[in-house]
Structure formats: C-alpha cells, structure tokens
Design a protein around this ligand. Structure first.
Ligand SMILES: [Zn+2]
Length: 173
C-alpha cells in the first residue's frame, strides 16, 4: 500500500466529517453514515453494504476490494446498532477501507518508495484503523480527556480511546 501519513489521515477525516456535517466534537452515528450518507456521497460509485448471518462468515466484517461492497456479520451489526464501541469501530474501519482502498473514483496516494521496508503506515489495516480512530474521536478534540470520557462521549471502547489518546499526544506536542 502507498503510505498515508498521520497528517493526511487527520485531514481526510476532517474533510469527511465536514461533508457529513459533523462538527469535530460531535459523536458519529456510524450506522447513519453506513446506511444513508455513504449511499448519497458515493451514489455514482454504487456504494453498497450487506449484513450476512453469523453462520455464513468467520470474519467480523470485510470490504470486497473488487466491488467495494462492505459485508458485515449480523451480530456485529446488531451490537453496533446498540452502540457497542468495538462494533461501531469495526464499521468505521470498513468505511475507511472503502474510502482509502476500494473506491476507484477517489485519489490514491501515489508516493511509493521502492526498496523501503514496509512501514506500519503502508499497511492497509493500520491505515483503516488510524482513519477509523481519528474519524470517531479526533485527536485534537480529545486532548486532556480521560479514556473513559472519550469512550463515553464518542462511543468507542476504552481500549480504542487509549490508543487514540496516545496518538493525540504524538500529533500535537
Ligand atoms: Zn481491515
């Protein structure tokens, strides 16, 4: 994967929040984003998602790299509907894959450095996690909050809140 820097991820998630009409300090309704906003924004690209029953898949969710379709296991979807932080993050992670890796009409990141070792920020899973974390709870906004406060306000797990808080220390020293 071409690298995407933390700064680029912050910019992208800020743009995405703006498009969705969310202020930086507002919690994201990730199911509204998945079910309504994505279909409107990416109508020309034919954005689609599907909820499949638990028996038919082992992974929690994935984004088909060829069609861009997001597939979510039913129990994950149901828990996200009930506001479970981990499952909300999973859906944000798949939306990130769609935006960063699976959508043909969005500009890619063409800078590749041949011969370099693969760094974490070139890994598509790292990129999707970083986008999801920053989209759900922006670094700039959560600075100075406790993990519990972040988890409560933005609907993420305490673990995700901790990861994001560590990042906010690095981003804005
Ligand atoms: Zn992934």
């Amino acid at each position: 994967m071409p690298p995407i820097s933390n700064e680029e991820i912050i910019q992208l998630t800020q743009q995405f929040r703006k498009i969705l009409n969310y202020k930086p300090d507002e919690p994201i309704d990730i199911l509204w984003v998945l079910e309504h906003a994505m279909r409107v924004i990416f109508e020309k690209d034919g954005f689609d998602f599907e909820v499949k029953d638990v028996d038919s898949m082992s992974e929690h969710a994935y984004t088909d790299p060829n069609t861009g379709k997001i597939i979510i296991r039913e129990d994950i979807y149901d828990r996200a509907c009930r506001g479970e932080g981990r499952d909300r993050f999973t859906i944000a992670h798949e939306i990130a894959h769609y935006i960063l890796h699976a959508n043909p009409s969005i500009a890619r990141y063409p800078r590749i450095y041949p011969g370099d070792d693969v760094k974490p920020y070139e890994d598509s899973e790292w990129q999707a996690d970083a986008f999801a974390g920053e989209f759900l709870c922006p670094c700039q906004v959560i600075r100075g909050m406790t993990p519990e406060e972040v988890a409560d306000k933005f609907g993420v797990s305490v673990q995700a809140a901790k990861t994001q808080l560590k990042k906010s220390l690095r981003c804005f020293q």
